[in-house]
Design a protein around this ligand. Structure first.
Ligand code: FE
Length: 230
């Protein structure tokens, strides 16, 4: 049970009101950061649903804990590393991602209709959800804020090369850029290119190189410099 989150439910509204009163009283102090409007709305809705007995707060906490602490990009990284070291697994992953992902024991939750595309020296795939924020939760955890932003959602399809440049990925003219628009029905995971110079690494060490953004297609993977810890 997340005490902080739960107690926040009761105090968020008071905090917002208290800040207004405090502002009226004096201005020579640090203002309290008021949660964003959507956050307050979500909390208000949640507290109403709990109050009316429609949802169990313990179940909500368990769900949030799962996605904040147990599910995350490390799961996706394990899938990628396995595909790098095992060509047969990679073929299965590209042909039938949900089954191949289940082989590694990951929950199919939100991943029932997952498709994996491979980035190569000639093809770069980028994932977006133009409608909202559909994302392969079971393998990458919660989507980053930028993935949900309207700027990314619109510009990833209007100017994908420009967006990639801002993420530090420069594609040469001979690379075909493909953008995949996620939906509630189909979610995408990108199999990034295995970095040059990683031939000697174990599957575990390879997994440590794989970043969240590389599995969305907004980053490439580089070998860590000598001295850095994998
Ligand atoms: Fe969406």
């Amino acid at each position: 049970m997340d005490r902080t989150r739960r107690s926040f439910l009761g105090t968020a509204g008071l905090a917002a009101a208290g800040t207004v009163n405090a502002q009226e009283a004096a201005h020579d102090h640090e203002h309290q950061a008021v949660p964003s409007d959507p956050t307050l709305r979500v909390k208000a809705l949640e507290s109403l649903l709990v109050e009316k007995g429609f949802v169990d707060p313990a179940a909500l906490d368990a769900l949030i804990d799962r996605f904040e602490h147990k599910v995350g990009p490390r799961n996706g990284a394990r899938v990628v590393a396995r595909a790098w070291v095992d060509p047969a697994y990679k073929r299965r992953l590209l042909a039938d991602a949900p089954s191949a992902i289940a082989e590694l024991g990951f929950s199919p939750y939100q991943g029932e209709h997952m498709v994996v595309y491979e980035n190569t020296p000639k093809v770069h795939n980028l994932v977006v959800c133009t409608l909202c924020s559909c994302y392969p939760w079971s393998l990458l955890g919660l989507p980053p804020v930028w993935y949900k932003s309207s700027a990314y959602r619109s510009r990833a399809v209007i100017d994908p090369a420009g967006v990639l440049r801002e993420f530090g990925v420069e594609l040469t003219d001979d690379v075909e850029l493909r953008v995949w628009d996620s939906t509630a029905e189909v979610r995408y995971l990108i199999l990034p290119e295995r970095p040059v110079g990683s031939e000697h690494l174990s599957e575990e060490a390879l997994a440590a190189l794989v970043t969240r953004d590389s599995m969305v297609g907004t980053a490439k993977i580089a070998m860590l410099q000598t001295g850095e810890k994998a």
